[in-house]
Design a protein around this ligand. Sequence first.
Ligand SMILES: [Zn+2]
Length: 313
Amino acid sequence: MAAETLLLVGDELGRYGFPTGHPLGSDRQGAFLASAVAKGLDKRVQVGTPRLATREELQRFHSREHLHWVEIRSRIGEGYLDYGDTPAFPGCYEVASTVAGTAVEGLERIMAGEAVRTFQPIGGLHHARRSRAAGFCVFNDLGVVIDSLRKRFGVARIGYVDIDVHHGDGIYYPYESDPDLIVVDVHEDGNFIFPGTGHAHESGANDAEGTKLNLPLPPGAGDREFFAAWERGLAHLRRFKPQFLILQAGADGLRGDPLADLRYTPAVHARVARDLRKLADEQCQGRLMAFGGGGYELANLAAAWTAVLGELA
Ligand SMILES: [Zn+2]
């Protein structure tokens, strides 16, 4: 029998990165894989390969205008896809489409019963909005998965957990009024870091008031502060009984990340993955998709992501 956990990796995914000197380079998947193989984790999973997203799949979340804009910049191969954080490069449409397409592939494998849970290290691009790129994120694979769950599989109530050091604004705002997207987002306080959002009073709008839990932490916070917040996050998730779980396991909250100021250890990532696996087994028929998200220090992201995979596999 195939292993329950599907690891989604491959050369086409590894190419998601920006030109020399940009903090998000294309060496991140390699750093993770070397560490995962050294720990023997590759032997405990089945491995899935990347694929492009179809236009229809991308349009489940994104506007036609955004796809068209990225397509043009991809052909020109220079300039920016946003206000100056996310450079265009030749073929960036296809590379970004691969991140989303691979996520949909993982989802389809779960829904077909061929895997119970997935981990996709290059993914979790939580700043891209329906109609624009932002913060190193061209297409939002997480949003594409959420809208695929609704439109293709009829799964409405989804638990979304985001432990990236940056607030997941590309998920929070598109679903702010959606009462079935249950959000727990622990991040560095937006008063000190990009994208400046995710304040504690942002708890959902209209019918969705109370379904989102933003838990900002002050600069310098570490495992102790995280675990205190996480107790609240886990209780929030349990209360709303999601049918499917998604984790954005950004590694940029670890001590030493060049873009942020928190001081987690990989124990944070291990604990969250362990708790979500257990919750998924209890309430979601095991169904859990985890994504690597941010992380700009290679040793850190390798340690955090192998901690996640070690718990899931
Ligand atoms: Zn981040």
